[in-house]
Design a protein around this ligand. Structure first.
Ligand code: PEP
Ligand code: CO
Length: 500
């Protein structure tokens, strides 16, 4: 374990820390904070808990140099943006807004290119317009971008045999940690990547901010929407008619607003995008965690919405220990193994003040398990009075491998999990507040099915993900149409272009 470096900001941060320390009652019940004095939280205190990462840096001095450098660099986001997002998430929690979160499974430094970023923004924006139309409420748009560079793996090592006997190397943990090629030099966790990846996150967010401000003013032009997929697809006629109707009303609404000079069209097409990523590498996250003038507590300033992955959400683990001390809203992936009691304890640990908009549970059960596993969690959390924004990630419980060994997901399973999640919330009387997708604006062939017609045989045509399979442009748009339908079914009345 690397010793904690001196951090001159700690002493003056005490007041803010104490304001968000968990109550003694929580500490006793959960056991999460046993051994941690009330005011002991600091951005680096997680280092005292073993097993934070599946990988090891072998050069402690260069690790501390990289961390020290990151501490001096400007933040990627600001506390006021974070507070604005928290307030929008609290509206989503009350059912007054809907969260759309999406992007790559793993961003790569090589894909930090203008076309890729523009296409990702465009599909997210188009999906959000479809969702605004279906749900008649505003949508908060959050990308899995500008920092989605660290990946947990099922095994810390990978073994391959290229004919000269098996070779075992560290797994690829994303460009924040090491590099994908299977050789010892590439796979060695390299501390310098912390700074290098931070710089690419900065380039990405800089471009996103400019694009968002400039607006995608021509989005109401039909040629901006690639709808060829459902015209030719083998879809039930009623569904085709439904998509067609939604599309026409949406474009009509946008044109009408433009013709009237309605300023709300700017609100719809020049919009804020918030950033998010799995906050796996705590060296990276803690180095950019700071106090800011005139606000209490610490802000994690690499991203607006960090989330804790399914593999690192242990109650007594370093990630929960770290995230209980930051003011950002925090997401947690919730898989089928989670119990109601654990969900409540996590909520107590990560949101001791029960602040609205602070905690996002991103459920990823799998289409086959969601009907059995989700309702007890919804019930337990509701009974506890803990405030949670429930979001559905229909991707990560639905992975499968084809006979030829390709990782994929089926559009139908993804849609089924979403539909069942909407139904579970309806039955429980809870709010289904958003969706979380792995997607890209490119024409990739990674997930099978949907009107886009990707088949198992066609997966090799353009399989570009270094990690999990993503929805392509057409599949993502189609899922937005399906989701809009469920949102519409869940509300009464309707019509028009609701801005909430
Ligand atoms: C992911 O979101 O890419 C991921 C690894 O998810 P989970 O933690 O839910 O498995
Ligand atoms: Co993934």
């Amino acid at each position: 374990m690397t010793p904690e470096p001196a951090n001159p900001t700690h002493a003056r941060d005490r007041e803010g820390d104490a304001a968000f320390a968990p109550s003694d009652q929580n500490r006793d019940r959960t056991g999460v904070f046993s051994g941690t004095p009330r005011d002991a939280w600091s951005p680096e205190a997680w280092r005292e808990r073993p097993g934070a990462h599946q990988f090891d840096y072998d050069d402690a001095a260069s690790l501390e140099r990289a961390v020290a450098k990151l501490r001096t660099l400007p933040p990627l986001v600001t506390s006021w943006e974070i507070e604005r997002l928290k307030s929008e998430l609290s509206e989503a929690q009350r059912g007054e807004r809907f969260l759309l979160q999406g992007g790559d499974c793993a961003e790569t430094l090589a894909e930090c290119r203008p076309e890729t970023i523009t296409n990702k923004l465009k599909i997210l924006l188009q999906m959000s317009l479809v969702l605004v139309h279906g749900g008649q409420k505003p949508v908060v748009r959050v990308g899995r971008f500008a920092g989605q560079y660290a990946k947990p793996r099922s095994s810390p090592t990978e073994t391959r045999d290229h004919g000269q006997g098996p070779i075992t190397l560290p797994s690829y943990f994303g460009d924040l940690v090491n590099a994908a090629p299977f050789d010892a030099e590439s796979r060695r966790p390299e501390p310098g990547m912390l700074v290098h990846a931070y710089q690419h996150a900065a380039l990405t967010i800089n471009f996103i901010r400019s694009l968002a401000r400039g607006g995608f003013a021509d989005l109401h032009h039909p040629e901006q929407w690639d709808l060829s997929f459902f015209h030719h697809a083998d879809l039930p006629p009623s569904r085709k008619a439904d998509y067609q109707r939604m599309m026409e009303r949406l474009l009509d609404g946008l044109r009408f607003m433009e013709a009237l000079g309605d300023k709300r069209i700017d609100e719809l097409t020049q919009v804020e995008f918030f950033t998010s990523h799995e906050a796996l590498n705590l060296y990276y996250e803690s180095a950019q965690t700071r106090t800011v003038p005139r606000r209490h507590g610490h802000y994690l300033l690499t991203t607006h919405l960090p989330w804790i992955g399914e593999r690192t959400r242990a109650l007594d683990g370093p990630h929960v220990a770290f995230f209980r001390g930051v003011r950002n809203p925090v997401g947690v992936k919730v898989g089928p193994g989670m119990t109601g009691e654990e969900a409540v304890r996590l909520a107590e640990a990560l949101n001791p003040e029960n602040e609205p908009g602070k905690l996002v549970f991103i459920t990823r059960m799998g289409a086959g398990k969601v009907e059995e596993r989700l309702p007890p969690l919804l019930e337990a959390v509701r009974a506890s009075g803990r405030l949670v924004l429930w979001v559905s990630d229909p991707m990560h419980g639905n992975g499968m491998t084809t006979a030829s060994g390709i990782k994929t997901r089926s559009f139908d399973d993804i849609a089924a999990e979403l539909e069942r999640t909407f139904a579970a919330h309806k039955a429980a009387g809870t709010v289904m507040g958003g969706v979380h997708f792995e997607l890209t604006g490119e024409d990739v062939t990674e997930c099978v099915g949907g009107a886009a017609g990707v088949t198992e045989d066609g997966l090799h045509v353009n399989y570009a993900s270094p990690c999990d399979p993503r929805l392509n442009y057409q599949q993502a748009l189609e899922l937005a149409f399906r989701t809009a339908g469920w949102l519409r079914d869940g509300r009464s009345g309707g019509g028009g272009f609701g801005l909430g």
